[in-house]
Write a protein that binds this ligand. Structure first.
Ligand code: H2B
Length: 105
């Protein structure tokens, strides 16, 4: 299980280097995903939900028709932790399989 200790700014910069499509947004890391339609977007949300449940680490999920925005932050720690980056990497590794078109790639 990844650590839920708040990362330092230097550690955050280093970790962001491993997930290039994710952006820092205050105390969160965010990424946009574009799908063919609403049903595909919902399927992605369900998959991410299953992943989040297994890890007991839950993203903010914003859906607007075929677009999904995920944001990870560790609320218990009041900032970013290893858990956020671990989950972001796990989501990213599933993108091809989920047939998402990353909005910012
Ligand atoms: N998800 C996220 N993103 N941050 C948390 O701090 C967090 C979580 N805490 N999921 C977990 C659940 C915690 O509240 C439970 C009690 O383990």
């Amino acid at each position: 299980m990844a650590d839920r200790t708040r990362l330092t700014p230097a550690q955050i910069t280093e970790a962001l280097g491993h997930i290039p499509q994710w952006e820092l947004d205050g105390d969160r890391i965010v990424r946009d995903f574009q799908f063919a339609d609403f049903v595909a977007a919902l399927g992605f949300i369900v998959e991410v939900g299953a992943l989040a449940e297994r890890a007991n680490h839950h993203p903010e999920i914003t859906n607007t028709y075929s677009h999904v925005r995920l944001a990870f932050s560790t609320h218990d720690a009041g900032g970013l932790t290893e858990m956020d980056f671990k989950l972001a990497e796990a989501v990213s590794s599933r993108v091809p399989w989920l047939r998402a078109t990353p909005a910012q790639d």
